[in-house]
Design a protein around this ligand. Sequence first.
Ligand SMILES: NC(=O)c1ccc[n+]([C@@H]2O[C@H](COP(=O)([O-])OP(=O)(O)OC[C@H]3O[C@@H](n4cnc5c(N)ncnc54)[C@H](OP(=O)(O)O)[C@@H]3O)[C@@H](O)[C@H]2O)c1
Length: 374
Amino acid sequence: MSTGSKALKALRGQSWFCNGLLPVFIRSPTVSIRAFSATMSPPSKAAVYEQHGPPDKVTRVIELSPVEMKENDVCVKMLAAPINPSDINRIEGVYPVRPQVPAIGGYEGVGEVHSLGSAVRGLSIGDWVIPSPPSFGTWQTYIVKEESVWHKINKDIPIEYAATVTVNPLTALLMLEDVVKLNSGDVIVQNGATSIVGQCIIQLARIRGIQSINIIRDRADTEAVKEKLRKLGADKVYTESQLEVKNVKDLLGDLPEPALGFNCVGGNSASLVLKFLRQGGTMVTYGGMSKKPVTVSTSSFIFKDLVLRGFWLQKWMSSERAKDCRVLIDYLLGLISKGKFKYEMELVPFDNFDVALCKALGTLGRHGKQVLIF
Ligand SMILES: NC(=O)c1ccc[n+]([C@@H]2O[C@H](COP(=O)([O-])OP(=O)(O)OC[C@H]3O[C@@H](n4cnc5c(N)ncnc54)[C@H](OP(=O)(O)O)[C@@H]3O)[C@@H](O)[C@H]2O)c1
């Protein structure tokens, strides 16, 4: 067996003699044979990368052998999992925290409990669960992990929402609540407003009585996109080229100057967010989709006293507040089930993984969030 295939086998933690084996005694007329009946997961189909590099070159779907389940393990049949920008960055090897290769892609998703280890008490077969906090390896048909990893959720929402609630909506909620104290009537400004995080910020802000100014990239269907964002609750939506004016604040009308800005793009788009901010305002950078740096004029610091911050969900997950993670997820799921919270997604069968990956990479033009359906 090659080193690569050995490593792939190890991906599923294959080990024949560990806890969780159930001894069974089989009697024959002449001898008594002691045999073991271990609980095994079904074989899994997984999107795996054996080395870092361009995701469409290094990722492929393969079959993984069944895994032996320990007494606290739960085998989950995955239902759906998204392809997020950070999943791409992990495969590229440019994300600061990433699993060792070979690795299975994906970091969040939803599944249905398929089988249980003998000591599992809190879950039943058929329950819907999400890994919470999120964890690596969700792009596969069956996952075996300890009971404590899984958070049981209600089945009253579409699977694509259950699959995507943990990374982007939670990020939007935390950035709105944790960085600057906002009150009803305040205003925020953001770029990347078409992203899932952006769509969530618009709606969560609206629920809190906070108004939003939204910046999008120029495109052919500008008016349709603006209208969609307005329907979600956006107060103002501008393309980047519309903001090439002497003073963007002239566009505010009767809106107060924003106290808080969100940047997931960088480059000129980040500068546009900064231009809107009020004296002493804060900009939080949480993504760098354009791969261009954030540049800030000296005068912004001296005369406007702007504050620049960053946000990273993975760091928050290791903070004291992360104990509230599941409560916050349930709050977001509740909004979804009441129809108060939505965002655009494109569902793709896992069999078409290659196409979904190319769409997520942008090599097949502009597409919405790709959600793999297993
Ligand atoms: N820091 C954290 O903890 C954290 C957590 C979650 C997400 N994020 C980050 O948040 C951002 C949005 O994530 P998402 O999953 O919500 O995004 P998404 O739904 O996959 O949408 C991608 C967004 O990026 C824009 N975009 C793509 N390529 C771009 C480019 N070259 N220049 C400018 N904009 C570009 C798209 O704009 P168009 O509509 O114009 O194509 C769209 O708004 C990403 O940067 C992600 O890494 C960070």
